[in-house]
Design a protein around this ligand. Sequence first.
Ligand SMILES: Nc1nc2c(c(=O)[nH]1)N[C@H]1C(S)=C(S)[C@@H](COP(=O)(O)OP(=O)(O)OC[C@H]3O[C@@H](n4cnc5c(=O)[nH]c(N)nc54)[C@H](O)[C@@H]3O)O[C@H]1N2
Ligand SMILES: Nc1nc2c(c(=O)[nH]1)N[C@H]1C(S)=C(S)[C@@H](COP(=O)(O)OP(=O)(O)OC[C@H]3O[C@@H](n4cnc5c(=O)[nH]c(N)nc54)[C@H](O)[C@@H]3O)O[C@H]1N2
Ligand code: SF4
Ligand SMILES: [Mo]
Length: 707
Amino acid sequence: MSQQAHYRACHLCEAICGVEIITEGPQIISIKGDLKDPLSRGHICPKAIALQDLHEDPDRIRTPKKRVGDEWQDISWTQAFEEIAERVAHLQLEKGNNAVAVYAGNPNVHNYGNLTHGRVLRKALATRNNFSATSLDQLPHHVMALQMFGHQFMVPVADIDRTQFMLIFGANPIASNGSMMTVPDVKKRLKSIQQRGGEFVVIDPRRSETAELADQHAFIKPGTDAYVLLAMIRLLFEEGLVDTGNLTQELEGLHLIEALVAPFTLSLAEAQSGISEAVIADIARRFANADSAACYGRMGVSVQAYGTLCQWAIQILNILTGNLDAEGGVIVPNSAVGYVQPGEPSPGHLGRFHSRVSQLPEFGGEFPSTVLAEEILTTGEDQVKALFTLAGNPVLSAPNGRRLDEAFAQLDLMVSIDIYINETTRHADYILPPTGPLEHDHYDYAFLRLAVHNTARFNEPVFPKPEGALHDWEILNGLGNAISTKKNIRNSTLPPPDMLMDMALQSGPYSKKAGHPAELSLAVLKANPHGVDLGPLQPALMSRICTQDKKIHLLAPLVESEVSRLFAQASESAVQRFPLSLIGRRHVRSNNSWMHNYHRLVKGKPRWQCLMHPDDLAARGIDCGQKVKISSRVGEIELEVQSSDEMMPGVISVPHGWGHQRKGVVMSIASKQGGQSVNDLTDDEYYDQSTGNSALNGVPVEVSAAV
Ligand SMILES: Nc1nc2c(c(=O)[nH]1)N[C@H]1C(S)=C(S)[C@@H](COP(=O)(O)OP(=O)(O)OC[C@H]3O[C@@H](n4cnc5c(=O)[nH]c(N)nc54)[C@H](O)[C@@H]3O)O[C@H]1N2
Ligand SMILES: Nc1nc2c(c(=O)[nH]1)N[C@H]1C(S)=C(S)[C@@H](COP(=O)(O)OP(=O)(O)OC[C@H]3O[C@@H](n4cnc5c(=O)[nH]c(N)nc54)[C@H](O)[C@@H]3O)O[C@H]1N2
Ligand code: SF4
Ligand SMILES: [Mo]
């Protein structure tokens, strides 16, 4: 049999690295970086190699399953769609449409057919109870983009390849490979800043892999970034460092910002954050005086109690120093598909309606995932009785996982579109498994929109679709159609996602129609399997801005109340029962909750331990390597602790996504791993008050020796 080379993007994380996969018949011979990919330039991380394990994993389910008692039975697609549709139609007729909920997990954004076809199922279900990983993650970025620029996807990205100063709050791209910033080969890109005479600074409660490389690292007490950011903004006004450059005429509300931040002095910031006044002031001055500068913040500042305020303040810092929409600053990418401009669908909306029990606001038609359990467990009209999970594992990913376990166990119906029987799907009545990633085509619709350099690339499948298998989008079409038919409502299925992308490419900014020389279409992308280089980020915000008055709205509506809440909190005394602060951690060989069943990734030393500063261990009489009990308001877990001066005193770190020993999980390698789910500690009542985004970082906890 002859060998064949295939070129595609690794879809496992946001870096979307180009890979070269050599196959011989049904066998994978090798997986390497694609040197000709214009964005990733040959870079890959160890997870790409595990694409082979994922493809070959005997635990990956390949046929639809129905739970009968404690047994899983194989059933046909037709039977699955028919039975599910019957039960949904019956339930919704009796209890109303909102009795059914949907949770869409992270891999949906890594699989374009889920993005294009999710709406077929949603339309059939017609429920208000939509949830997703967005509210465990990047919701603050979308809310701020909507309020400041008029569209939830108008998210500026750091121009890392040209900046002279990068200020990073709460992100660890060396481990995560970047987020809300598609940045493959990030280590080289960060080092290049230094090589061209620039610098980068990291603010993080842990001396992370990224902080280790930085020119400067400052430890910060979790959840206090907003004090530091507001003090930096205040200093810009006080020292006459505000220079809004070309955007001056386009800013609405600039005069109000100075008064708003007036109470946030450097001394308040020092007292709250633990970073000295001098260090905060010095970083702010260097940022303002740099030839170009980009401030970027991720999980550490998004998924905490002031996530939305932090994302606002980060943009304000960029704007006040003339770095929004400027080379080397932050720029909204020009993607070939989903190019944000007036008229681009789904601009977003916040708080049009509220969740039933806790009255948290919807965003873009979704409620915060933190209220999913209570919507199932609280009786009354519109109580959730059935759940669809689409590529999501909320039991391990959302706060208070034990409560979700309890909630899922009492559902009348649960359907999971998923490839594993894991902590979440073990509760399902039906599991519908799609093809694996190498068996379907792909266009990186979500992440090419956030890339630090404009490119476009289409991937053909590496292997043909196995007989009898369905792609995610075909399952969504099939289920949506079956449910609509039973409910007697109109719901048209959609054509294949590649056709939809072709239409989008041919009406996008690089199309023949737009007069662009690249003349992009699906055929052009197929003829260029390494991807097409569309050039560096291009400042053009004002020609694309989506606000009605075409201005940038500096004083986003929810900011004033958040600023007051932050100021009031400064005088509250700390909770003594849980004096430590818990944060998360990512490792390059792990990915969220589902990549622990691959020997190539889990081999070597364990990566799930709790890290804690030696002084905090000594104060509690605990030794390194000992098993400890970590407790929070909602629960406790037992875990091995490692002494680490990477940690700021008073802060402990535990990665999420571990703890695969729950009964019924069918992942032979993962369930033999140690570790516990940190989300058995995170608190579903601890969230960003303005949006309901979970606060998974900065959770109050205490640690004691396990007995
Ligand atoms: N404490 C704490 N918790 C966190 C975080 C944190 O930093 N700390 N991070 C949060 C973040 S940022 C996120 S995005 C969430 C992620 O949490 P989730 O949204 O739960 O996503 P994953 O953990 O990636 O789970 C993916 C699920 O999809 C399945 N799957 C994988 N590929 C496919 C596919 O192609 N099709 C289908 N149908 N299924 C597939 C897997 O088997 C698995 O069940 O976790 C959040 N939880
Ligand atoms: N290898 C790997 N890569 C991944 C993932 C993975 O699980 N593994 N997950 C993917 C997903 S879904 C996402 S969303 C991205 C996330 O990408 P990142 O946000 O880059 O990843 P994290 O490692 O969560 O980085 C958060 C950093 O914030 C710090 N931090 C915690 N609390 C605070 C705080 O209050 N203030 C400040 N300033 N810092 C704080 C943490 O110590 C950590 O270094 O990664 C993606 N890539
Ligand atoms: S960084 Fe690793 S996991 Fe992420 S896309 Fe690249 S190869 Fe895949
Ligand atoms: Mo995420």
